[in-house]
Design a protein around this ligand. Structure first.
Ligand code: SF4
Length: 168
């Protein structure tokens, strides 16, 4: 209920003069707290990790959007490290270039649960939109290149959330 009210406030934030980043951060935190109080026992293969394209190093010449396994784990972004983990557990890792592709990926893969990495706005909108399965959100980290370019994320946090969905 609190998330619903906050999402309404987010929509009229300009009228109220509220800071949208604070609202989205609160929605993401409340959602995660709510999910983390529950218990799950999903198979690894039914847990989907959804990454935004901007976490790939902008200089990387390898096309990984539709085939993340093309990554050669050069160490210049977090994708290689996370892929090592997902391959070892048979977890589905997908990269979405936007909301439309993210929706398509979810529809095609029909996961039991999602660990989503994204910026404030995209993550909050995804959490509000996806109502039929649990989603844990991890905010991506904006580096010296600014938003949407060569961002990073806490790999350990993503793994922690996947393990939580697997057995909690
Ligand atoms: S780890 Fe290296 S090879 Fe893999 S996507 Fe990142 S920059 Fe490209």
């Amino acid at each position: 209920m609190r998330i619903f009210i906050l999402s309404l406030i987010y929509r009229i934030k300009n009228i109220l003069g509220y800071n949208s980043k604070n609202i989205s951060e609160t929605i993401i935190r409340l959602n995660n707290e709510k999910i983390l109080k529950k218990h799950f026992n999903f198979e690894y293969k039914n847990i989907l990790i959804l990454l935004p394209h901007c976490v790939q190093n902008a200089q990387c010449p390898i096309r990984i959007t539709f085939k993340p396994e093309n990554c050669v784990n050069c160490g210049k972004c977090n994708i290689g490290e996370l892929l090592k983990y997902t391959k070892s557990k048979d977890i589905t890792l997908k990269i979405a270039t936007g909301g439309t592709l993210a929706r398509k990926i979810i529809k095609e893969n029909r996961p039991n649960a999602i660990v989503a990495i994204a910026c404030h706005r995209d993550l909050m909108e995804g959490i509000i939109e996806i109502r039929n399965m649990p989603v844990l959100g991890v905010l991506n980290i904006i580096g010296k290149n600014g938003p949407c370019v060569s961002t990073s994320f806490e790999v350990d946090k993503v793994i922690e959330y996947v393990e939580f969905f697997h057995l909690s």
